[in-house]
Design a protein around this ligand. Structure first.
Ligand code: 5RP
Ligand code: FE2
Length: 225
């Protein structure tokens, strides 16, 4: 495995000063910005929608990685694509239109990903694997930051990596810190979403650098930062 991407999740940032929080992680060398969109239906929490994403799009150069935790994402997918997202994930449990959504995402030259909850079997996404750029394996129940990493999902990452159509990127999201990131990387993940571990730390820059050191300790490729 070579490229390892660190994706701070804005869910744990201070929403009263988003621009400043984003600038801090960008300066600290984060690779992509993870944006958790929740609708109060698919998950028991509500965060923000396209209006907020559009405003913050203008404040940073970082690629946007939008994680849609909404029912029937096909209703809103184009709103996010028009803003200029580079990665877009939707949940397989939330839709019957996965193939159409992937097609739409690709029309916008955006990377397409399907997310799966910790108890969802990978068989549910195998028909789409060849068309995806990434699979997002949830390592907590979606809805809230600050939860404990669910170890049993590591087996799912290992299985995915063995599949012939496995996309280049496997993202792991939930309960990521130095220790759990290492376990997920050893299993085959290469994009690491971390919310509370990064934004609740006193030294955001050191925390991102530590995560990078841990991950690139495993990698054959040199860290770009
Ligand atoms: O998708 C998510 C929750 O549904 C978040 O991306 C995730 O929980 C990140 O937060 P933390 O690193 O604190 O677990
Ligand atoms: Fe997320």
């Amino acid at each position: 495995m070579d490229e390892m991407l660190i994706a701070p999740s804005l869910l744990s940032a201070n929403f009263a000063c988003l621009q400043q929080e984003i600038a801090t992680v960008e300066k600290a060398g984060a690779d992509i910005l993870h944006l958790d969109v929740m609708d109060g239906q698919f998950v028991k929490n509500i965060t923000f929608g396209p209006c907020v994403v559009k405003c913050i799009r203008e404040t940073t150069q970082m690629p946007f990685d939008v994680h849609l935790m909404i029912d029937r994402p096909e209703r809103y997918i184009e709103d996010f694509l028009r803003i200029g997202c580079q990665w877009l994930s939707f949940h397989i449990e939330a839709t019957d239109c996965a193939a159409d959504i992937i097609k739409k995402i690709k029309e916008y030259n955006c990377k397409a990903a399907i997310a799966i909850k910790p108890n969802t079997d990978i068989d549910t996404i195998t028909p789409y694997l060849a068309d995806l750029d990434m699979v997002l394996v949830m390592s907590v129940e979606p809805g809230f930051g600050g939860q404990k990493f669910i170890e049993k999902i590591l087996e799912k990452i290992i299985q995915l990596r063995k599949m012939p159509d496995c996309p280049k990127y496997i993202q792991v999201d939930g309960g990521i810190n130095g220790e759990t990131a290492l376990k997920a990387a050893e299993a085959g993940a290469n994009i690491f979403v971390a919310g509370s571990y990064i934004f609740k730390s006193n030294q955001i820059s050191n925390t991102i650098q530590n995560l990078r050191d841990v991950l690139y300790g495993l990698s054959t490729k040199k860290s770009p930062h």
